[in-house]
Design a protein around this ligand. Structure first.
Ligand code: GUN
Length: 297
């Protein structure tokens, strides 16, 4: 039997309903409105699309938003000056600098300059540390958080299961491992991380009850790398040339969908799987930031 589809769009829509209710309650009960500033340095087409989606979703939910676009030649001083301005702006509860920035920008230094209380991406070392030790008063990074929610709302309990994460990025792979391994409800997995230097990669992925592909290589995971009945989560969003596609490209994930879907028990599609959840959790984090900054429990 082919895998059932984990419908990220539908689950994200439900999270957005909850987000909208929270925004309405904050206005009604406390007269406050969450605010998000999104910063884009340069003109990377994919980043532009993501930034616009984030701003549009803010508008739909009643979250105040600002989009700041800097030239691709912007200096570190300009970016840091903007971050400083947003750190000190009381209308702004969350700050997101879209990654990756152009090469002249030291991303680590920019992230370090963001007030950790406004770091809704959970990229700042203080929040990464809090997440790792399981403290609840920081943030959880949006994509891994979205995946944990997808699992929870699809009735998949990782407890005692072998979760294999393909990829070790700071945005997805590493925090994904940290969340799955937590001693906490909805986690408690046994976790393996495989990556570009792993020797016996397919041997390890075949052991996964839950396989999370976040390696950024189109259709990297093939059916022979997957155990029958596994849950497969595809984090990849890769643009591949396609003369028949809109704008001459099509989006594919890190998983060869058709053949893996024939073997897995559940699978996320691309698009419509993890992507919508990332934005849903960004909105959730922005609301949380607003509550923390206003002393609302
Ligand atoms: N680029 C790709 N994903 C993300 C994300 O979650 N946050 C930011 N800031 N940039 C990204």
């Amino acid at each position: 039997m082919p895998a059932s589809i984990i419908d990220g769009k539908m689950i994200a829509a439900k999270v957005h309903e909850e987000n909208a209710e929270e925004v309405a309650a904050l206005a009604r009960d406390y007269n406050v409105q969450p605010g998000l500033a999104v910063v884009l340095v340069g003109d990377d087409p994919a980043s532009r699309v993501y930034v616009n989606m984030k701003v549009r979703k803010c508008k739909e939910l009643g979250i105040y938003s600002e989009k700041h676009v800097l030239e691709k030649t912007a200096s570190m001083d300009e970016v840091l000056a903007l971050v400083d301005q947003l750190n000190n702006d009381t209308r702004i509860n969350g700050i997101l600098v879209q990654s990756p920035p152009p090469p002249q920008i030291d991303e680590d230094a920019v992230v370090a300059a963001i007030n950790p209380a406004k770091d809704v991406d959970c990229f700042h070392a203080e929040n990464v540390g809090k997440m790792l030790i399981g403290k609840q008063d920081g943030f959880v990074p949006c994509t891994p958080y979205g995946i944990m929610k997808l699992l929870e709302r699809s009735g998949i309990d990782p407890s005692g299961k072998h979760a294999v994460v393909i990829g070790r990025s700071n945005i997805v792979g590493k925090p994904m491992m940290a969340l799955l391994v937590q001693k906490a409800k909805g986690a408690n997995a046994t976790v393996t991380c495989v990556h570009s230097r792993t020797k016996n990669l397919a041997e390890l992925t075949r052991q996964a009850d839950i396989l999370i592909a976040a390696i950024g290589k189109p259709e990297f995971v093939t059916a022979d790398m997957v155990k029958k009945g596994a849950v497969v989560v595809d984090v990849g969003i890769n643009r591949v040339d396609d003369p028949n596609g809109r704008d001459n490209y099509q989006l594919v994930g890190d998983v060869k969908f058709d053949e893996v879907a024939a073997k897995a028990s559940m699978i996320t599609p691309v698009p419509g799987g993890v992507g919508p959840m990332t934005i849903a959790m960004l909105m959730h984090n922005t609301i949380k930031a607003c509550k923390l900054q206003n002393g609302i429990g």
